[in-house]
Design a protein around this ligand. Sequence first.
Ligand code: PEP
Ligand code: MN
Length: 458
Amino acid sequence: MDSVGGEWSPSSWRSKPIKQVVAYEDQTAASAALAKLSSLPPIVTPTEIIKLKSSLRDAALGKSFLLQGGDCAELFSYCADEPIDTKIKLLLQMSLVLIWGSNKPVIRIGRMAGQYAKPRSSPMEMVDGKEIPSFRGDILNGFAPADRHVDPERLITAYFHSATTLNYIRGQLSSGIADLHKPMDWGLGHVRDQELQSKYSNIVSSISDSLRFMRTIGADTAGQLQTVDLYTSHEGLVMEYEQSLTRRLRHPAGYESPNPSSDGKGWYNTSAHFIWIGDRTRQIDGGHVEYFRGIENPIGIKVGPSMKSDELIQLLDIVNPSKEVGKVTLITRYGKDKVESMLGSHIEAVKGSGHVVVWQCDPMHGNTHSTPTGIKTRSFNSIFSELSSALKIHKQHGSFLGGMHLELTGDAVTECTGGSEGLNEDDLSLNYTTYCDPRLNEKQALELAFLMGSSASK
Ligand code: PEP
Ligand code: MN
C-alpha cells in the first residue's frame, strides 16, 4: 500500500518505536507461539467485519447508535456460559431501551472474546511489600503474584478463549437467547425512588407493547425478532498477536475497499470485528498507529484530555487517508469536568478536516478515582454527567453522539458507586471482583440506558 507512511505490511509496525512493549524472555517459545497462531483459522470473517463497518457508517451519519460494553480486563475464566449469557442479555436489554429512546437502530459490540490485554502506567507494582511485574492481562501474564512473568503460551490460550467465547455467543444467538418473542426479566425491584420506578416501568411497558404489536401483525416475516447481531472488540495492544491474526483475504462481494488491489483481497485483522488504539499507545509515529493504518476493519481511537486538535487530525489522516465514512470511531474519554472544554474544539477540528467519524463517549476512563482507603471506583453520577454533556455538546455543534462505550458486567458487582441501589463507598468491598477498572453492574448499566434513552427521546 502506498501512502504517507510508506509501504505497509502486517509487520511494518516493528520498524517504529512502540509503547507497552512486551519482552519475552524465552524468544524461541515466543516465536513458536506466534507461528502456531499464524497457522490457526480466522476467528471472524471479512463478511462480518465489513457488515459492521457499513453499519458504523450509519452511526457516523447520525442514523444509528453504537452500544459497546464489557469488562475492562476480560479473564480466561470468564469464558463460561453464565458470564457470557448475562452479558449478552444485558447488552440486548440496554439496546432495546436505547432504540426506544432514540428511534434509531442500535449496533452492539461486546468488549468480549479477546479483551485480554491491558496497558499499564507502570511495568512494576508493589504487592505485599514486594515489587513484582504488573498484571498485563491474561494474554501475557496471570494476576496471581506467582504468575506475573510473561508466558508466550498465553498468546495461544488467548486465541482459543476468544474463539470459544465467540462460538458460544454465536450458538446462543442462533438458539434464541435474543429472541424478542420471549418475555424478559427487567428486574426493576431495586429502584427505590417511586418516580424513577414508574418512569422505568413505563419504558419497559412501552417496549413490551411494541413487541407484542409487531408479533400480532406478523411483522416478523424475515425472522428479525428472533436474533440480533453482536460484534466483538478489544484493545489492539499486543501487536505480535494482532499481526499473527492479520490475513490477506478476499473482500466480500460488493465491498469497495479504499485500498484497491488487483487480486480483490485486503488485509483483515481476524481476531475481532473491531479493535481500538488505547489512549496510551496512540503516538503518531508509533508502532500501534502504523499497524492500524493498514487493516480493513473498522477501528477505534481513544481520545483523552491530552489530545491536541491538530494531532487528532493527523491521526485520522494516517489511519483513514481516503476519509471513509464510519471507518474510525473516536472514543472520547475526557472526564466530566474536562468534556466541556475539550469536546467542542475536537468536533470542530474534525468537521474542518472533512473526516466523518463515529463519535462515541466513554464516560468511564476519565472519571476514575480512589477512595480514601485506596479502592479504585467511579460514581454513577459522574459517568452520566459526562454522557449528558457529550450529548448536549454534540447538539450544540450540529454533530451527533453516535455511541457509548462502557465497562460493565452482567454480575451484581459493587465496583462503581451510585445508581438506584444507592451503593456507596462503604459497599464497594461487598463484591469487588474486577481485575482492572471498576465496572457498572447490571442494574447500573441498565439504568444508564434508561437515562440515556430518556435524554435521547427529548
Ligand atoms: C480501557 O478501555 O480499558 C483503557 C485502558 O482505556 P484508555 O486507553 O482510554 O485509557
Ligand atoms: Mn479500563
